[in-house]
Design a protein around this ligand. Structure first.
Ligand code: PEP
Ligand code: MG
Length: 874
């Protein structure tokens, strides 16, 4: 702790945002840059003081009041006015300002320092009685609302009553006498403190307290901002945009904040204070009209926007006030902007010579780039929100509600657009994902099966829409017991925003703009990490390749066992009594699998294709036991000749039941216990390789063994692969490679000996997270996740962003061990984290060679990998 808890604006700088908050640090920087005449003076109370306030259970740390008093005295000396002076009072604003901006989430108090005496001084000094009383009534209202906690509606009711009385409709039509009456009425709602020092103390405490307010807490959860940061408080001399028609308040962006086009944008309102511009009570004017209102001010503002942009090397979002023709800048910050504006700015900034490409790359929030590839709801459209869920897979989609995969497939075959609506999804719904335009579930979050599969396929999805009850049996969706959707009804979802509506909403289609291509080109020049894709179908593979994927890092073959004849065949394999029967079923699958692999090799001609041998527990392919038992009962009752067959099926299904399938016969264990299945897959890969090659395709096949713990497991499989390949005339190291997934803690710890046996290792960070943390990846969402975030155990799901201190250390150790055993080994990451910018930064610094992610994340990963490398070099 630095000790000093209050800093004058003149003492701060841009680098001090952790201590002074973003707003405080930027005001300080702006004061240096534009000079004290353009930026009203003031001081910042540090985030550390806020943390101490919270730790002290809501009391100021010892000495803080004195530090504030000293800073206030300096401010008064500089302003030549005193807070509460009955002749010529200083007024201040008290505003929050955390390290990251949290717009509108915390409290603000304006016009502080007014009371029954000082309002008279303000009126006589300015010769503007209406202005003085308007400022006072705003203060009493804001103080009552923000500091004392009186509902805003009660003040609004009194204002409405006054307007009715005077038969006027606008606030600006209330004269000084009316405002005076309103102020009195407001003061009767609570005990208003006349002492400005007491006002200031309480306002600062209220802003500190608003850090833990519901709005702020929710915003932080959604944006992964830790509670422990606290907010700074900025106390700044008021300047007035409400002093008449030569005054105004406004917000201005240095460029168009939606498109990124080079013209500044924003709004302003003559004769108004800042809150009027944002509150929407009066319609503001476009900042492009500022020149008509006051050409000199307009020119000054445009010049300042350019200066700020040049100084910060980024698009700026500012607030300004014009007081009787004089322009003041109240704050500036890097503009939050949609991906399209971010990309446009980056490219334009380089063309204009404002930034170098490497600097421009760093101004982009890589995580948002995915939205550029998916259609979204037209932002200008109006619709009624039915419910909200987790924005699980970006893109907008609409169609008829269907409740099961089979109906989705049938409907799609007829050319109808459908949305698959389920409480949650499972492996055998996957066919329905392909057929549907979008997926909506009432349970599960960003790492649920529905979310993962949908993202992988680029199908928009909203998951975890908790207010919905999806009753698949009844074919209904209900909210609080009331039916809101039935099968066949229209529904639209926006998986980029988590929005659900029954309205028809126009969607806008994306294009890979040339600006986006330019940015990706820069990223490719810089990045060290390779970027591959997780793809199971040739369509996904082609799409990913268009987005710049440099190969397939993970093909999950289990998805290839769904679809009519395939599912039947794999069930026959599992249920088979004899080897002959099993072999026959496998022979049916062999050409189908071969075809799958051929088309993948073709789509990825010239690039590596990593095919993972079957991974999920076998029983996932079997019908639920309950269903078989029911069938048996019916068959017995009817005396059907199917009884023996169903009895046999039931005994097999029973035999394959496992208490904890995720930790049972999965991955390589499956290969060891049921070698025939892997043998068929290996054979199919070899044949596909030979056939594709014969057609001139440049094949780089990599066979990957999942869920390995022990080197011996891998060896058993390698022997099998090499034997089958040799039978097909293929040689390891020449025609194909064999590697493994590292997705269990033991495999990380023994990565040196495992690495010795492998040509490559790919970290499966989904299972590695599951097994390291002992959190089931299918059960953490919902209850556990939200509670843990609330309790501050972590601030985001470890399945979304790698738990670097825990799981990450295992990855780092594994990479180091594998590399020390075999320097040339190739190391990848193919869990969901491979597409997450923060995790990518960690992988870049951990000796990983490539990441692999879903197709739509490929551009995100390219940019994130470049940013990681740039930061590592800095
Ligand atoms: C993993 O575990 O990280 C992985 C990529 O495999 P899956 O998600 O298919 O279990
Ligand atoms: Mg796995």
């Amino acid at each position: 702790m630095s000790g000093q808890r209050v800093y004058d604006f003149a003492e701060g700088a841009r680098e001090m945002r952790e201590l002074l908050g973003g707003k405080g640090a930027n005001i300080a920087e702006m004061t240096r840059l534009l000079g004290p005449d353009r930026v009203p003076a003031g001081f910042t109370i540090t985030t550390e003081a806020c943390v101490a306030y919270m730790e002290g259970g809501g009391t100021f740390p010892a000495g803080l009041d004195e530090e504030i008093a000293a800073a206030l005295a300096r401010l008064e000396a500089q302003a030549g006015k005193r807070l509460g002076d009955p002749d010529d009072p200083l007024l201040v604003s008290v505003r929050s300002g955390a390290r990251e901006s949290m717009p509108g989430m915390m409290d603000t108090v304006l016009n502080l320092g007014l009371n029954d005496d000082s309002v008279e001084g303000l009126a006589s000094r300015t010769g503007n009685e209406r202005f003085a009383w308007d400022s006072y009534r705003r203060f009493v209202q804001m103080y009552g609302n923000v500091v004392v906690g009186i509902e805003g509606r009660r003040f609004e009711d009194l204002i409405q009553a006054e307007k009715r009385e005077l038969e006027v409709s606008l606030d600006v039509e209330l004269d000084a006498a009316a405002l005076r009456r309103l102020t009195e009425a407001f003061k009767s709602l609570y005990e208003f403190p006349a002492d400005p020092t007491a006002q200031l103390h309480a306002a600062v405490a209220a802003v500190f307290g608003s850090w833990m307010g519901d709005r702020a807490v929710t915003y932080r959860r959604l944006n992964h901002i830790p509670d422990s940061w606290g907010t700074a408080v900025n106390v700044q001399q008021m300047v007035f945009g409400n002093k008449g028609e030569t005054s105004s308040s406004g917000v201005a962006f240095s460029r168009d904040e939606v498109t990124g086009a080079p013209q500044p944008s924003g709004d302003f309102l003559p004769n108004a204070q800042g809150e009027d511009v944002v509150s929407g009570v009066r319609t503001p004017r476009d900042v492009s009209e500022l020149g008509e209102w006051n050409p000199e001010v307009s020119e000054q503002l445009m010049g300042i926007l350019r200066t700020l942009e040049r100084h910060y090397g980024d698009m700026q979002d500012t607030e300004f006030t014009v007081e009787e023709g004089r322009l003041y800048m109240l704050q500036t910050r890097n503009a939050k902007r949609p991906a399209q504006a971010a990309v446009r700015f980056a490219v334009d900034a380089v063309v204009e010579g404002l930034l170098e490409p490497e600097q421009a790359l760093l101004t982009i929030d890589a995580g948002t780039l995915e939205t550029l590839l998916h259609p979204t709801f037209d932002p200008h459209s109006q619709y009624e929100l039915l419910a909200e869920g987790v924005a699980a897979s970006p893109g907008a989609a609409q169609g008829e509600v269907v409740f099961d995969a089979a109906t989705a497939i049938a409907a799609a075959a007829e050319g109808r657009d459908v949305i698959l609506v389920r409480s949650f999804t499972e492996a055998d719904d996957v066919g329905g994902f392909h057929a549907a335009r979008g997926v909506l579930t009432s349970e599960g979050g960003k790492a649920s099966h529905a979310a993962l599969v949908a993202r992988g396929m680029g199908v928009p999805a909203v998951t975890g829409a908790g207010t919905l009850t999806v009753d698949e049996e009844a074919g209904e969706v209900r909210i609080a017991g009331e039916v809101v959707l039935r099968a066949g009804d229209h529904v639209a979802i926006d998986g980029s925003a988590g929005a659900i509506t029954a309205d028809e909403v126009p969607v806008v289609a994306p294009e890979m703009s040339t600006a986006f291509e330019t940015v990706l080109g820069w990223a490719d020049e810089v990045r060290r990490l390779g970027v591959r894709t997780n793809a199971d179908t040739p369509e996904d593979a082609r799409r990913a390749r268009r987005f710049g994927a440099e190969g397939i890092g993970l093909c999950r073959t289990e998805h290839m066992f769904f679809g009519e004849n395939r599912h039947e065949a794999i069930v026959a394999v599992i249920l088979a009594d004899s080897d002959d029967e099993r072999r026959e079923a496998l022979l049916r699958l062999l050409p189908l699998q071969q075809g799958d692999f051929e088309s993948l090799f073709e789509a990825m001609d010239g690039l590596p294709v990593t095919i993972r041998l079957l991974d999920p527990p076998l029983h996932e392919f079997l019908p639920p036991m309950r269903e078989v038992e029911d069938r048996l009962e019916v068959a017995r009752r009817d005396g059907s000749d199917e009884v023996a067959a169903i009895e046999h099926e039931l005994s097999r299904v029973r035999a394959l039941q496992e208490v904890n399938p995720m930790l049972a016969t999965r991955g390589v264990r499956l290969g060891i216990l049921f070698p025939a299945i892997y043998e068929m897959q290996i054979e199919a890969i070899c044949r596909a390789l030979a056939t594709a090659r014969a057609r001139g395709v440049d094949v780089h096949a990599e066979i990957m063994v999942p869920l390995v713990d022990y080197r011996r497991e891998l060896e058993v499989l390698e022997e099998q692969v090499e034997r089958v390949a040799a039978d097909n005339g293929l040689t390891r190291g020449v025609d194909y490679a064999v590697g493994t997934m590292i997705e269990l803690p033991r495999a990380c710890v023994r990565a040196d000996e495992i690495g010795l046996a492998a040509d490559f290792c790919s970290f499966g960070t989904n299972d590695l997270t599951q097994t390291t943390l002992g959190f089931s990846r299918d059960d953490i969402e919902g209850r556990i996740l939200s509670r843990y975030i609330e309790m501050g155990v972590f601030d985001r799901s470890p399945f979304e962003t790698l738990d670097t201190p825990g799981v990450g250390q295992l990855v780092r150790m594994g990479a180091w061990l594998a590399r020390s055993a075999k320097a040339e080994i190739k190391l990848g990451v193919c869990g969901e984290h491979g597409g997450d910018p923060d995790s990518i930064e960690f992988f870049n610094d951990s000796g990983i060679d490539y990441v692999s992610c879903s197709p739509y994340r490929v551009p995100v990963a390219r940019v994130a990998a470049a940013q990681a490398e740039l930061r590592a070099r800095a």
